[in-house]
Design a protein around this ligand. Structure first.
Ligand code: SF4
Ligand code: MG
Length: 336
């Protein structure tokens, strides 16, 4: 197929020490059978509470972690089982922006050298003049003055640092950037600026983004599609419009209830979930969400719902969608 990134039946299980469980091998099922695709030039957002496994998905597609099972296919090439040598040229194509760019920027290396490094590693500039031209263009793209190239990482504010992190990702001329909570640590106004910048760059460069966030409100302005994760699984995936206007999973409905709506005459009913996210060491049987779901019924405690299409391009994993519309509370007017 022609998708830029394909993830098929991805599993990421981390072994725990035997001592804790009387000699029995136990695993954390951080990601437990998950599939999605990202097309060229598209933004797919993965949202969910902390601990749902979304960052682990990011690390698997970046091949910072090796999957336990399943496939990661980038540009038609399987990278999940590649050796590190074979991976090297593939790494140019998929870059990352983390929450704190300073964990990836060396404080003793000037911005110029930090950005030139990927160009040198991947042979992207044939001369010093070409490299300098590309460095200046990167500063223009991310909205920093060119003189910033001569400065040190610590001289910049949080938002500026994140612009440098984005410039460093762009320096590799990638097809896709994984943004893992890339704006979560920033002040509200700066957050909006960086989200807008990412959206602009995505359009201008035809980049794909895999945007990992705990915050649905943040993704609303720039994403094309949304995947909602709960306890290691995708529970719903669809276009932005489908997810925001017609959610078909109670967990999505809950996350949306916390998103402010611009129209004060149409407030969303705020749904507060009971309890914490259950442990991925021993996830609940049946539907993993049943311990917190306001609509749970008998079947939910025994039978795991499968992700299935509820409308074109929109999939959800909830037994309620097997009911006729008039008996499905997700389709009733209960949601304001
Ligand atoms: Fe809630 Fe049952 Fe749907 Fe799970 S399957 S989300 S418990 S109604
Ligand atoms: Mg995380």
């Amino acid at each position: 197929s022609a998708s830029l990134l394909e993830v098929n039946d991805l599993e990421m299980h981390f072994p725990l020490g035997r001592g804790l469980f009387g000699g029995v091998r136990r695993f954390v099922y951080a990601v437990d059978g998950l599939s999605f695709r990202v097309e060229r030039g598209e933004t797919l957002s993965i949202v969910g509470e902390s601990g749902c496994g979304k960052s682990t998905v990011g690390r698997a597609v970046l091949r910072l972690l090796k999957p336990t099972a399943g496939q990661v296919v980038l540009g038609g090439v399987r990278i999940d089982d590649m050796s590190s040598g074979a991976l090297r040229p593939m790494r140019r194509r998929i870059q990352v922006v983390f929450q704190d760019p300073f964990s990836s920027l060396n404080p003793r290396i000037r911005v110029r050298d930090a950005l030139a490094e990927p160009m040198n590693n991947f042979g992207l500039a044939k001369s010093r003049a070409e490299r300098d031209r590309k460095l200046n263009a990167l500063m223009d793209k991310v909205g920093l003055p060119r003189e910033a190239l001569g400065r040190w990482p610590h001289e910049f504010s949080g938002g500026q640092r994140q612009r440098i992190g984005i410039a460093r990702a762009l320096a590799a001329e990638p097809d896709i950037i994984v943004c893992d909570e890339a704006v979560s640590a920033l002040d509200v106004s700066v957050k909006a600026q960086i989200v807008n910048l990412l959206g602009d760059l995505q359009q201008e460069l035809g980049l794909a983004l895999l945007f990992i966030s705990h915050d649905l409100a943040i993704v609303e302005h720039m994403t094309h599609r949304v995947a909602v994760m709960y306890l290691g699984k995708i529970v719903e995936i669809g276009t932005k419009r489908q997810i925001f206007a017609r959610p078909r999973h109670p967990y999505t409905e809950t996350l949306l209830s916390a998103v402010p709506v611009p129209d004060p005459d149409a407030p969303r009913r705020r749904i507060i979930l009971k309890g914490d996210v259950p442990s991925p060491i021993n996830p609940p049987r049946g539907c993993r969400f049943h311990t917190r779901c306001p609509y749970a019924f008998d079947r939910c405690r025994t039978e795991e719902p499968r992700l299935r299409e509820v409308e074109r391009g929109h999939e959800a994993a909830c037994h309620l969608n097997d009911r006729p519309a008039e008996d499905n509370p997700l389709l009733s007017g209960a949601r304001a």
